[in-house]
Write a protein that binds this ligand. Structure first.
Ligand SMILES: *[C@@H]1O[C@H](CO)[C@@H](O)[C@H](O)[C@H]1NC(C)=O
Ligand SMILES: *[C@@H]1O[C@H](CO)[C@@H](O)[C@H](O)[C@H]1NC(C)=O
Ligand SMILES: *[C@@H]1O[C@H](CO)[C@@H](O)[C@H](O)[C@H]1NC(C)=O
Length: 254
């Protein structure tokens, strides 16, 4: 009886945990709440606009967000207090993200102050010396190849003859081998959506789940307590019976 009871409590409790985790893709993943939502897991997708949509990657528990101008980036963390979201490029090439990502028409802006840099694409061969102007820069390894090197340079430099200016982009930092750490991601901040009714709907949904989660936890505690009390009562009943039997035996013996 006790085993069945413990089993039942375990089942109920794990479903409570499941409900309270419904807004994450996996253990340790960022909590997804308003204004963001997980596609297929939270309501009200369309009213907020697709810019706030996230989803769980197929096959693992990574949270990802899609940008039409770039593709998917992984969501490392979301801080709702400071409105900061940290993204990681699955290809570990943050300067390629800086070059390709267009945040216009998205709810996002860079979190850090920006400075304009020009991306240069320079043809290179092992024999040709590096241009004087480029000697103080390092090429971006993940964007360079055997016959070309890509750099982020100050906008004011004179473009060497073997280089083509790809684009000038306002980015938080130019390439440096010292901050090329793959975990050094993209920090963005967001504008709140204008849709308050929808926020309320999401908040209600969230609260509903929380209330349900806590009710089940409370039920667990009640059941566990009742179960324990029943086991205790049964034990004392058995003990009492035992004592009575002993008394009876004593009587018989005397
Ligand atoms: C999860 O899957 C995506 C592609 O589906 C991949 O890019 C990413 O590296 C994977 N993450 C982990 C932690 O395995
Ligand atoms: C970058 O250059 C553009 C075009 O000249 C300018 O409009 C923009 O304000 C500059 N951004 C920064 C952060 O200096
Ligand atoms: C740089 O140039 C090379 C060769 O001309 C080309 O293959 C490569 O895609 C270019 N890279 C960028 C980022 O424009």
């Amino acid at each position: 009886m006790a085993a069945a009871h413990v089993f039942f409590v375990a089942i109920v409790c794990s479903s409570a945990v499941y409900i309270s985790n419904a807004t994450r893709c996996g253990h340790g993943g960022p909590e997804v709440q308003s204004p963001f939502h997980l596609i297929n897991k939270q309501p009200c997708h369309d009213a907020l606009g697709s810019g706030y949509a996230m989803k769980c990657a197929e096959g693992n528990s990574t949270t990802v967000i899609s940008f039409p101008s770039y593709g998917y980036l992984m969501v490392k963390s979301i801080d709702y207090e400071t409105k900061r979201i940290d993204l990681i490029d699955p290809k570990s090439c943050i300067h390629e993200v800086f070059l390709g990502l267009d945040l216009a028409n998205t709810p996002f802006q860079h979190f850090y102050l920006l400075k304009n840099y020009t991306y240069l694409n320079c043809s290179s061969s092992p024999s040709s010396p590096v241009d004087q102007v480029l000697q103080s820069y390092d090429e971006i390894p993940c964007m360079s190849g055997a016959d070309h090197k890509v750099y982020t340079v100050d906008v004011s430099i004179e473009v060497p003859s073997n280089c083509r200016a790809i684009k000038t982009v306002a980015i938080p930092f130019g390439y440096s081998p010292y901050i090329s750490d793959n975990t050094f991601g993209l920090a963005l901040t967001w504008d709140s959506p204008p849709c308050d009714g929808c926020n309320k709907e999401i908040a209600d949904h969230h609260r509903h789940h929380q209330v349900l989660g806590w009710s089940i936890v409370l039920l667990c505690v009640c059941l566990a307590t009742a179960g324990l009390a029943a086991v205790k009562m049964y034990a004392s009943y058995v003990k009492k019976q035992g004592d009575n039997n002993a008394k009876e035996n004593e009587k018989l013996l005397n």
